[in-house]
Design a protein around this ligand. Structure first.
Ligand code: MV4
Length: 451
């Protein structure tokens, strides 16, 4: 069967480790690369390694990595035929995806319609209900006034959680534990939603007290073929920032995984979704509840790559070029265990950002140790962006081997000149609950408070 040709040249509309990750995939596929960068990132590794680079603006993201017109100009000037948005920045911006298409270039991601559909959390939830995916019991849609809020809460049963329709990442979320807490929670949620998203619509759900965050990786082509690559457990987080992720989840068995996978595949195929995506679930007492769908490649994608052997960024590029998926669900076998430690340039106790110059650098290595990072000795971590400077991604034949290898790799890792959260990861790898796989989304914050 003849496949559509791949792109000739891809512009990478991102920075840091993910820009490097995408660049490596392009190299292996014989695709030329264009790096864009702000003035603060002129000395960045992705700029050095790309075939061409364009400075698109000053340090603040809004003037550079979020500057749609400047990025499109850079694509025009260099003759790139596709744009990879990476993670964050413009990766889930339907307006940008539309602009890229209108410029006659390919946005490496799903259609703008699918981005919009999942960006609106009420629409996302309604869509998933129609597609047979289980969701948290809650209001039918938006809640328009305080009285209806109280009524709805009584119907759902306490505690309830009020969420922003345009939300995500926890902003604009308020818990109400009884009827008299509802008016206050409702008002606060609306105000926070308005301030953060410019849209004050909110909806309501039953509040789950001790769930795990389990997400399913999907991959689909434009011909209706959809597969999943198993789940990741991302419960170890602080202030909605994931810190430590695992694949597979220590809480699931093969039977539950297969059942969830079938539900997800059917939904993704029915939606006509194209690209990579992630369905986020809360998992409590053996039950799954859909929360949100991310329509981009995710930071933690490498753990899925290590346990499936599938290069997700390459697959993402192939389906964006209109190629048919060559993988079927039967090709996907979950082998062994993988853990990602996010290495942030932050103090390991206070979490205060720590930009500055890397005076000494030595990355760990050996069997099953992967480091995705743009760092090098002499690199200056700029103060303007996300604090993620490396991902230590470790494979083991089983979970216990994986955790031992995490410890050993962390011990080897030398990053001098800035603070990182490596000491936190060293502690996590030794925690009884972590070793037992016994944790939920609140575990880390409780642990940090108790010290
Ligand atoms: C919830 C929940 C409990 N019950 N929904 C947080 C981010 C947003 N995307 C959804 N979130 C939650 N939704 C119900 N009905 C608890 C959270 C939540 C959370 C979820 C995943 C990972 C970390 C979290 C931390 C705090 C709260």
């Amino acid at each position: 069967m003849t496949q559509k040709p791949l792109f000739d040249k891809i512009l990478i509309a991102n920075r840091g480790e993910i820009a490097l990750r995408i660049l490596r995939a392009c190299r292996e596929m014989g695709i030329k690369t264009v790096a864009i960068h702000s003035t603060a990132d002129a000395d960045s590794m992705h700029v050095r390694l790309a075939d061409e680079s364009v400075c698109i603006g000053p340090a603040p993201s809004k003037d550079s990595y979020l500057n749609m017109a400047a990025i499109l100009s850079a694509a025009d000037i260099t003759g790139a035929d596709a744009i990879h948005p990476g993670v964050g920045f413009l990766s889930e911006n339907a307006t940008f995806a539309r602009m890229v298409e209108e410029h006659g270039k390919v946005f490496i991601g799903p259609t703008p319609e699918h981005i919009d559909m999942m960006g609106d959390k009420i629409t996302a939830k309604k869509t998933m209900i129609e597609l047979g995916v289980p969701v948290v019991p809650g209001s039918d849609g938006g809640i328009q006034d305080e009285e209806i809020a109280v009524e709805t809460a009584k119907k759902i049963g306490f505690p309830v959680l009020i969420k922003a329709t345009s939300g995500g990442g926890g902003k604009g979320m308020k818990v109400a534990r009884s009827a008299d807490e509802v008016p206050q929670a409702y008002k606060l949620a609306r105000a926070e939603a308005k301030a953060n998203f410019g849209n004050d619509e909110v909806y309501m759900e039953r509040y789950l007290g001790k769930p795990r965050h389990i997400e399913v990786q999907v991959l689909a082509d434009q011909y209706g073929n959809a597969i999943n690559l198993g789940e990741r457990d991302c419960s170890i987080q602080r202030r909605h920032q994931k810190i430590w992720e695992e694949a597979p989840s220590p809480a699931l068995n093969a039977k539950i995984r297969a059942e969830l996978g079938q539900v997800v595949n059917k939904a993704i195929a029915k939606m006509g979704y194209r690209g990579v995506g992630t369905l986020e679930f809360l998992y409590e007492n053996g039950e799954f509840f859909f929360m949100e769908m991310n329509t981009r490649i995710q930071v933690e994608h490498p753990i899925t790559e290590l346990v499936t052997g599938v290069d997700l960024v390459k697959e993402q590029i192939k389906v964006a070029a209109g190629q048919k998926l060559q993988l079927t669900q039967d090709d996907i076998k979950i082998n062994g265990h993988a853990i990602e430690c996010r290495i942030n340039a932050e103090n390991a106790e206070t979490f205060i950002p720590s930009p500055g110059e890397i005076t000494r650098y030595h990355a760990p290595g050996g069997w099953g140790v992967r480091v995705d990072s743009h760092m090098y000795q002499g690199y200056r971590v700029p103060p303007h962006y996300d604090s993620l400077v490396a991902k230590l991604v470790v494979y083991g034949h089983d979970r216990s081997e994986c955790i031992s290898r995490v410890e050993s790799a962390l011990r080897e890792y030398v990053i001098d000149g800035i603070d990182t959260i490596i000491p936190l990861h060293q502690k996590l790898a030794k925690e009884t609950d972590i070793v037992a796989g016994d944790y939920d989304i609140h575990w880390l914050e409780k642990k940090l408070k108790s010290h």
